[in-house]
Design a protein around this ligand. Structure first.
Ligand code: ADP
Ligand code: MG
Length: 722
């Protein structure tokens, strides 16, 4: 019989109310099930036994079989130490105790075979082992504890209150005894056979009491796979539900706007990646489901044109479209770029930002509501309640990591009311699914902060993902170097040479919220010294930072864009999206203070034209290891995904947008970074199970369905399914 794993931990023999309380408070263990899922952090390999004459001074923890043949007490400065002579058939060593000597003398037997375990020292021409772990050979042999000894997660309080690792091991043994080590299977026969997985019972036994390294590895694999499998299953189901429940307007035609742009006005040949992504978007827009797609593309990969052409499809179907960007500078730039592309197409397009004048706003609001305005570009200002669309069909968010989830969902509710626009029959709408609400526009979210695909799958598993993984042809790789502050003169000479060739330069200073005043001072000092080294009228310098009024920022930005200034001194406000193809040098001051993804973003501001571009990372002399790794990574690669992987290793997934909600941080055994191959396989099998049997109602999938439902009920990691 399989016992009920929901039994409270208090009922386990050897636990009792006090220990139960501690286990609950310190480790969150409430039930048998929680205990069984307390996986060891590491193992001490006790598969090896050493003879005394094999011991070496470098031995770490060793295990020896032998007998105590005598005790002696040795006085020392404070108190005394107890020394036992321990021997096997190859030699003699000493065991030493500084505490608990009375107990040792009374309980350890002479001339009886023990297994001792611990770290050895070389002392007085002999090996000695202080405070060894000791066990009678007899007990050692029949103990359930296996050769690989588990070390469980613990807390200071637990060990202070006497719940040592040894106690946890005992409790775990008790659990296996009470349950006969039999646990319900949680994966289907098919999957287990195909991947040659251990059964659940075997896996649990071997993760707690592994017989050897091989079985341990197989047990861990099986449990990691299972953990990731159910997360993926849940995300995929969420996505499917989204698709079947949340209808979007089917954009059936690709019409005059799209086609005439594509045929006559496309400023360049699209890359294959851009074409592929456009196809994916078109397929989404043409289906009945609402599109909810994440477009990832490295800086400069050309996401904007994809966004624009998607908007044209919306327009072709009689809908409006909007594009929201995180900064004023970026929205202005998008607006100017799109105006250019729209010229021949006679599209009405407007810009709405925090600094739009009231009279202008009024006009925009009206034109949006009566449908005259087709495309609206802007900042957060788009989210204001006053902004109402007649029939918003597509909402695009650029650099989405700058926006919160709440803001994303706010755009959703700007869709048209239920009645479809003229010329479309009611029959194309699924009836009664979202009563009284508006129909959400299709949503395209763009980001240049590459998230490793594997992580994206777990974090944004409820979005579909497109990737532009190819840069437009003819881009020269940016040369990146690391220079110390003392090389500044050389760097300035280099800047002069580049300016003489007609190029433009960015010089960026860090801006970190907590020390804003200090950073501001750095920036101003830097600006002054640069003004001295690059004097007017020969050199013109722009400056842009967060404390400036939007209009002033814009003015300075425009001076740089139009080539009136050669140097742009700025804080990270220019990090996202800014596009000035003639700028070919990016100098990042105090580069050690920037995160990797930020450095990569900043570097992406150059290398946008035909000229060779450079990125110079300036730092002081003292660098910690993480900074060194970041700088090295920047110098050695320009692949955003590779950089993202390093970033993830350095910072952990916690800092990446969305991981908090997704539960990937609460993993019990799998590691989202180290186990990405298992994750991929888990996703594959989860997808396959749902493809073959969408409702998981076939007999062989029953176990999956049951486990899935049970997890939903008990586990906090599933809380975010709502
Ligand atoms: P990002 O993906 O970083 O937003 P942009 O859309 O700003 O990149 O594009 C970067 C630059 O590359 C722009 O100047 C754009 O006009 C240009 N570009 C985009 N696609 C292509 C292409 N297929 N061929 C040549 N240039 C392109
Ligand atoms: Mg962009």
């Amino acid at each position: 019989m399989i016992s009920n794993l929901q039994t409270p931990i208090d009922y386990l023999k050897g636990v009792g109310p006090n220990r139960a309380d501690l286990l609950r408070k310190e480790l969150g263990i409430h039930t048998y099930q929680d205990l069984i899922n307390l996986f060891p952090n590491r193992y001490i390999d006790r598969t090896q036994y050493y003879k005394i004459n094999q011991l070496q001074q470098s031995n770490a923890d060793v295990q020896v079989i032998g007998k105590i043949v005598g005790f002696k007490e040795i006085a020392q400065k404070q108190g005394k130490r107890l020394v036992a002579t321990f021997q096997d058939d190859t030699g003699v060593m000493e065991l030493v105790w500084f505490r608990g000597q009375k107990w040792i003398r009374e309980n350890l037997k002479l001339n009886t075979t023990y297994v001792i375990f611990g770290r050895t020292n070389w002392f007085n021409g002999r090996f000695s082992m202080p405070h060894p772990d000791m066990e009678l050979l007899e007990d050692h042999e029949k103990s359930l504890r296996s050769a690989m000894q588990p070390i469980y997660p613990s807390t200071e309080k637990l060990s202070n209150k006497g719940i040592s690792n040894r106690v946890v091991v005992k409790i775990m043994q008790q659990l296996f005894m009470e349950t006969n080590g039999k646990f319900s299977e949680t994966l289907s026969e098919n999957i287990r056979q195909e991947l040659k997985l251990l059964s659940k019972s075997e896996a649990l036994f071997n993760v707690h009491f592994p017989k050897n390294q091989t079985l341990l590895a197989r047990a861990q694999f099986r449990l990691k796979f299972e953990e990731l499998f159910y997360i993926q299953l849940q995300l995929i189901i969420k996505n499917l539900i989204h698709k079947s429940k949340i209808r979007g307007f089917p954009f059936e035609h690709v019409g005059i706007y799209f086609n005439s742009f594509f045929n006559a006005h496309l400023p360049f040949e699209l890359t294959n990646a851009q074409k592929r992504v456009l196809k994916e978007i078109r397929a989404d827009l043409g289906s009945n489901a609402q599109m909810n797609r994440l477009l990832q593309g490295d800086v400069g990969s050309g996401k904007t044109i994809v966004a624009f052409m998607s908007m044209l499809i919306a327009l072709d179907n009689g809908f409006q479209a909007c594009l929201m960007a995180p900064t004023e500078i970026l929205s202005v730039q998008h607006y100017n770029g799109l105006i250019d592309m729209c010229k021949e197409l006679k599209i009405s397009i407007k810009l709405l930002t925090g600094s739009s004048k009231t009279s202008e706003r009024k006009k925009i609001h009206e034109a949006l509501e009566n449908g005259e305005l087709q495309i609206l570009i802007g900042t957060h200002a788009l989210l204001e309640n006053k902004v109402k669309f007649k029939n918003l069909g597509l909402a695009i968010i650029d650099e989405q990591h700058r926006f919160g989830v709440a803001q994303r969902s706010k755009l959703w509710h700007k869709g048209p009311p239920l009645a479809p626009p003229e010329g479309r029959g009611n029959e194309s709408l699924p009836s009664g699914e979202i009563r009284g609400a508006s129909i959400p526009p299709h949503v395209l979210i763009m980001t240049a902060t590459p998230i490793p695909r594997t992580l994206a799958m777990s974090v944004y598993g409820d979005l579909d993902i497109s990737v532009i993984d190819e840069l437009p042809a003819g881009r020269k790789p940016i040369k990146t170097v690391h220079r110390y502050d003392k090389n500044r003169l050389q760097v300035f000479k280099f800047i002069r040479d580049e300016i003489a060739k007609g190029r433009q330069i960015y010089i960026v200073y860090p801006l970190i919220q907590e020390s804003e005043a200090l950073d501001y001072k750095d920036l101003m000092d830097g600006y002054e010294s640069i003004s001295r080294d690059f004097p007017m009228p020969e050199y013109q310098i722009s400056i842009v930072h967060g404390k400036m009024k939007p209009a002033d920022k814009d003015f300075e930005m425009q001076r740089f864009i139009t080539g009136k200034t050669q140097i742009m001194v700025a804080t990270t406000v220019i990090e996202v999206g800014v596009n000035v193809p003639n700028a070919s040098v990016m100098i990042i001051e105090s580069a050690e203070r920037f995160g990797l993804s930020q450095l990569h973003q900043l570097r992406g501001r150059v290398g946008r034209g035909a000229e060779q571009s450079y990125c110079i990372l300036m730092t002081g002399h003292k660098l910690n290891n993480d900074s060194k790794t970041r700088l090295k990574t920047m110098v050695s690669t320009s692949d955003g995904f590779e950089i993202a992987e390093v970033d993830l290793r350095l910072r952990g997934p916690g800092d990446i947008m969305g991981t908090q909600q997704s539960g990937v941080l609460n993993l019990k055994i799998a590691d989202i970074i180290k186990d990405k191959d298992i994750l991929q396989s888990a996703r594959f099998y989860a997808k396959k199970a749902l493809q073959d049997d969408p409702t998981l109602s076939n007999i062989e999938n029953k176990v999956i369905l049951n486990t899935y439902k049970a997890l939903g009920k008990y586990k906090n990691i599933w809380n975010y399914i709502s």
